[in-house]
Write a protein that binds this ligand. Structure first.
Ligand code: SF4
Length: 258
């Protein structure tokens, strides 16, 4: 899979250039941040065994739709990601500063404040697949296609996490995504995107003022070294999430929020 790297100035450096207008820009090589771009091999299972669903028709037909959608997705899909490494600073209890950008979250503060470096990323199924829709009125095509897109996104996020883990030699890692926890809402994708200085355009992803990403099947997050077995799903009340890795733990959540 191909990988490219671009360089951007950190917010500190951009600020020092603004303040030093007309003077020699006040930044050093350490203020230049490397953004890695990664093409991800599409990985998903063909949906099968639709026993739990009411389907008035031929189950073989459903399997055929699933195979047809899977084939099309394999032709079209170009999942991609960008990632970088960022500095952490903590001066409070309910927030953390990453490359000089503030993130509001008690859990993030608790998990990141003993670290110096963390690894933000943005992953997407890609605009090619996002634009591919089921035929009008084909409910099962639409349902199966959406399931495949979701699987693809989960595997893309796992792929970039493993890449970060190996590339930076991190050992055990944990992952947090804005929007999955009440304590770290979706709008926090906006500061996370700022860490990439506009490079998200290179993988065709954008974020709205409310924090929603386009393509919809995109995910942003932070990977960080952690050997405590931390899994954000234990703090998450989203039912029926296909990516759930652990049950919700109300007691643990209350302890963290103390
Ligand atoms: S259950 Fe886990 S994977 Fe699903 S949204 Fe919640 S934290 Fe994320």
């Amino acid at each position: 899979m191909s990988k490219q790297s671009h360089f951007i100035l950190t917010s500190y450096a951009r600020l020092s250039i603004l303040l030093g207008e007309g003077k020699t820009p006040d930044f050093t090589l350490t203020d230049i941040k490397k953004i890695h771009q990664l093409d991800i091999p599409p990985s998903f299972e063909i949906p099968s065994g639709f026993e739990g669903y009411r389907f008035h028709g031929d189950r073989e037909r459903l399997d055929a739709i699933a195979r047809e959608m899977a084939e099309k997705v394999r032709e079209i899909a170009r999942p991609r990601a960008i990632y970088t490494s960022s500095d952490v600073k903590c001066n409070g209890r309910d927030f953390v500063d990453i490359d000089g950008i503030r993130f509001e979250s008690r859990i993030l503060n608790k998990k990141l404040c003993n670290l110096e470096t963390i690894y933000p990323f943005i992953a997407t199924i890609g605009k090619e697949l996002d634009e591919f829709k089921a035929s009008p009125g084909e409910m099962w095509q639409s349902f199966i296609l959406d399931s495949i897109k979701t699987m693809l996104l989960i595997s893309a996020a796992e792929y970039v996490t493993e890449r970060i883990q190996k590339e930076f030699n991190l050992g055990e890692v944990a992952l947090m995504n804005p929007g999955e926890l009440k304590d770290w809402p979706l709008a926090q994708q906006i500061p996370l995107f700022k860490l990439f200085g506009g490079e998200e355009k290179s993988i065709g992803v954008s974020v709205s003022k409310g924090g929603a990403m386009r393509p919809l099947k995109s995910r942003s997050g932070i990977v960080f070294p952690d050997d405590t077995g931390f899994v954000s799903c234990r703090f998450c009340t989203q039912e029926n999430c296909p990516g759930r890795r652990a049950p919700y733990d109300a007691k643990l959540t209350a302890e963290f929020m103390k």
